[in-house]
Ligand binder design. Structure first.
Ligand code: URA
Length: 202
């Protein structure tokens, strides 16, 4: 079975998922969107109002900013895969609870093991902490890490969440600066034999 079909099957599973109570208050599940053979996967926190309405990740204000940042570095949304830590919207956009993350992330794990990306770009602390549980976003944003995760050699690039950038001007400029380094990272990763280490590449 090809990767697209496998991702569709996970999407179907997510539609009927009742592992945690969030399905009761959500309008639509938001499994993820993009290319099944993407080299780059962006991971956010959880669906917000518009994502819940449409079943599409990052399609509201934060998504508009993400799209703008992507176009500034000549990356198309169709070339990457975009997903979230949680597949259903938490009521009133509250933070994900630890037990919700525990129950929902097996879906994300399955998706990543199918896509087998080279680079994972996390947006915000919840997505970063899925891979680096002890890390602080204020220190770690914009630092490229090589990690071994589920037998995949991954370049992990934590960024601030676009929604946080709307709240604080300095976060917006850091997010933009960090984003502008993505083309360098893509160039760096291509020829690199990735080895698991926590060392920063820059
Ligand atoms: N914020 C997120 O973390 N994910 C979305 O899909 C939208 C907003």
């Amino acid at each position: 079975m090809d990767k697209t079909r496998k991702l569709q099957e996970i999407g179907e599973k997510i539609k009927t998922c009742q592992q945690c109570p969030l399905y009761q208050t959500a309008t639509n599940p938001v499994p993820g969107q993009g290319s099944a053979s993407a080299q780059i996967v962006f991971i956010g926190e959880a669906p917000g109002y518009w994502e819940d309405q449409k079943g599409i990740p990052f399609c509201g204000a934060a998504g508009n900013l993400l799209n703008k940042l992507l176009s500034e570095i000549n990356l198309k949304r169709e070339e990457v895969f975009v997903a979230n830590i949680l597949k259903h919207r938490p009521p009133d956009n509250r933070d994900p609870l630890p037990e919700e993350i525990k129950m929902c992330t097996p879906h994300l794990k399955e998706q990543l093991l199918i896509i087998e990306p080279k680079i994972i770009i996390t947006l915000g602390r919840f997505a970063m902490n899925y891979f680096l549980p002890q890390a602080y976003i204020s220190r770690m944003h914009g630092q490229l890490k090589q990690i071994l995760w589920q037998n995949l050699n991954l370049a992990l690039y934590p960024l601030f969440h676009p929604a946080a950038a709307f709240r604080r001007g300095e976060v917006m400029s850091q997010l933009k600066d960090d984003f502008l380094k993505i083309p360098q990272i893509i160039e760096k990763i291509k020829p690199l034999e990735l080895k698991p280490t926590q060392k920063s590449l820059f």
